[in-house]
Structure formats: C-alpha cells, structure tokens
Design a protein around this ligand. Structure first.
Ligand code: NAI
Ligand code: MG
Length: 354
C-alpha cells in the first residue's frame, strides 16, 4: 500500500503527523504500508516555485492513495493565481481524475453540544454526501465574461454533464448506499434545468442495477431546507458538483465541529485522495492545538475505500469514538470547563485506544 503524504501548509504538518503515527501503528501490526512525503500548496511553492511540483504529482500518481493536510495561508494571498496554494489542490484533484467526493456528516453523541441545531434534530445523525467533483458548471464550456450582442457586459457559465459522467458517480453512490441503509436520494433541479433533468433520468436508469436500494429524488432548494429541518431523513445523497459543494458544507456543519470531518475523493479504480474538510487554519498553526481527528478519520476512509480494509478502518474509527468517550478534547471541541489536550496529546490518546 503506497501512500503519498502531502502535509501542505499551516496546521497541515501538525495534523498529518498524528495521522502518520496511526498508519505507522497499523504497519507495526502487519499492514504493508509504505509512505513518502512531498510538499504541496504553499510548501510546494516555497520549495520549487510551484504549488504542485512535478515530483509531488509524480509521487501521487505512483501511489495508491494520497493523504493530504491542507493548503493556503495569508503569506501566499498576493501571489498570481496560478501560483496560489489552492491551485495546487485543484490541479492534483483534476490530474488524478478524482470524480467522486465522499463527505460523511456524522454526529458523535459526545459532541452533540457542538451543533447549532437542537439535540433531538441532530442526535444520531449519519449522512454521506456523494458529490461529483470533476464536471458540472465548474468546468463546463463556454464560460467567461464578455460584451453581449446588446453591448452589455455579462458573465456566463455552462452546466453540463455527459451520460458517462452521471453513470459513474451514480454507481459509486448506489454501491455506498448498498453497504449502508440502502436509501439513496438524488438531488437535482429537474424542474428548471435540463442538465439536471438528464441527471435524474440517468440515475433512474442506473438504479435498475441496484434493486435493493430505494432511490428518491429531491429538488436542491428543498434539500437545503430539509437538511436543517429534519436531516435524519437522509442516508446517502448523490448530487452534482455545485449542489454538492453547497449541500456538503451545509450537512457537515450540522455536526458543528469542523475539526472532526474527513473526506475522500476517488477515481474510477478507487485510488483516492483523503483530507480533512477544514483548511490550514493559519490562526492556530504551529501551536500544537489543532484537532487531528478529521485527518485521522480520513485515514480510516482510506483504509475502507482504497484498500478495502473494513476492519482496520473500524479500528481507527472506534479508537476515535473511544477517546471522545474518555473525555479527550482539543480546544475546538471542548465545552466550557473541560480540560484540553494538544494535537500530539490527542494523537497519543488515539494510539493508546488503538
Ligand atoms: P479553515 O478551515 O482553515 O479555518 C476556519 C476556522 O476553523 C479557523 O478558526 C480555524 O482555526 C478553525 N479550524 C480549522 N481546522 C481546525 C482544526 N483541525 N482544529 C481546530 N480548529 C480548526 O478555513 P479558513 O480560515 O477559511 O481558511 C484558511 C486557509 O485555508 C485559507 O488559505 C484557505 O484558502 C485554506 N483552505 C484550504 C482548504 C484545503 O486545503 N482543502 C479548505 C478550506 C480552506
Ligand atoms: Mg465548499
């Protein structure tokens, strides 16, 4: 199992170091794990003037999975756009053809107080959002800002999806639903947008291969509303790039704790890039106080989705549940009066629980 480790910027190196300890522990217990580090984002720019150095991309392409921290920081905000750290992340996602973005929104009972919603609305929440990541209005041509025939300036983008793009994300979502509660909700705006009317038609066709999964459809505006009204009605949601961008942020924030949320981005062969949902948190970088659990939980997703090691994935997830139950809290998830542990202290606790 070849893993490219790309810590990135800000808190990236600190949180990734704890996730690497988890991988080292699994290796000590018999998994054939190989890790190699490389710079990305601002660290890539600092090392070689490029937020995605050639050697980093080559390492990621040769690996089975990529573990990424986060990129970005105020010191890079004045760089030309192509040199900015975030561009390195977009480029690696595109280069690795990571079309399936999986973002679980899971509320740990111990952290129920962190949500802004009432406990009865979110307790037991366990949703998986499957977002298409390489198509849709974010990539569709034509696009731009120009002067139109009436002589007025206008901006325009194009929402488009090919049948094959919809089918492949559909299969990913149905297979995930099969392994969970066999409920899949496809989110569209088929009443207004032909592109998503087509999406819905193809999803209905893909569903024929998964008779055990119950497929439902919802308009995106209603889905946004239902996610805050009664989020537990959902199990797996599949949607396009732009709706998924918005709904996955909304869903993940139902849990209230950004330091807890992992993500996976997969290609056709389940090679993947795994990273926490949060950014590089420059405001707390270098102080050993960031929460490493989102990154550690990203390792669990890697074990599950790229390597098919469900037992190892559960071992990591159970260790995280255990440390929460034991009362270990980094500052971002500590309630008033609770004792706080450091980034490495949380790593120690997870290793002990493993
Ligand atoms: P952010 O997610 O880095 O931080 C938002 C807030 O959450 C901050 O107060 C931060 O301290 C806190 N936070 C985030 N992760 C935490 C953790 N693990 N433990 C404890 N607290 C945590 O988002 P922000 O501030 O909007 O962006 C900062 C930089 O990160 C920017 O340069 C941005 O472009 C970049 N970014 C990178 C992403 C990525 O690499 N995937 C995603 C989002 C932002
Ligand atoms: Mg977003």
């Amino acid at each position: 199992m070849k893993i490219a480790v790309l810590p990135g910027d800000g808190i990236g190196p600190e949180i990734v170091a704890q996730a690497v300890r988890v991988l080292e522990r699994l290796r000590a217990d018999g998994l054939a794990i190989e890790m190699e580090h490389a710079p990305i984002g601002g660290a890539g720019y600092d090392a070689s003037g490029d937020p995605l150095p050639d050697a980093t991309l080559a390492l990621a392409q040769a690996a089975d999975a990529v573990l990424l921290g986060a990129v970005g920081g105020p010191q890079y905000d004045t760089l030309d756009r192509p040199l900015r750290p975030e561009r390195g992340l977009l480029r690696i996602r595109k280069a690795l053809n990571l079309f399936a973005n999986l973002r679980p929104a899971l509320l740990y009972p111990e952290l129920a107080g962190a949500s802004t919603l009432k406990p009865e609305v979110v307790s037991g929440l366990d949703i998986m959002i499957v977002r298409e990541l390489t198509g849709d209005i974010y990539f569709g041509q034509p696009r731009g800002i120009h002067v139109n025939e009436q002589g007025e300036r206008e901006g325009f983008n194009t929402m488009r999806y090919s049948e094959s793009e919809i089918r492949r994300i559909g299969h990913v979502a149905f297979q995930i639903a099969q392994k969970r509660n066999k409920k899949l909700c496809s989110v569209d705006k088929a009443n207004v947008l032909e592109c998503t009317e087509f999406w819905k038609e193809i999803m209905i066709d893909v569903a024929k291969a998964y008779p055990d999964v119950e497929l439902s459809h919802m308009y995106v505006d209603n889905a946004a509303m239902q996610l805050v009204r009664a989020p537990k009605q959902f199990d797996v949601i599949v949607t396009g790039n732009i709706f998924g961008d918005i709904l996955s942020d909304e869903a993940s924030m139902l849990t209230g704790s950004i330091g807890m949320l992992p993500s996976a981005s997969l290609d056709q062969a389940n090679k993947g890039l795994y990273e926490p949902c949060h950014g590089s948190a420059p405001d707390i970088a270098g102080r050993n106080i960031a929460n490493p659990l989102a990154t550690i939980l990203s390792v669990a997703m890697m074990l599950r989705y790229t390597f098919g090691l469900e037992d190892a994935a559960l071992r990591v997830e159970h260790a995280v549940k255990r440390v929460l139950a034991q009362g270990y809290r980094t500052a971002d998830i500590a309630e008033a009066g609770m004792e706080k542990v450091s980034t490495s202290g949380m790593g120690d606790a997870v290793l002990a629980a493993m």
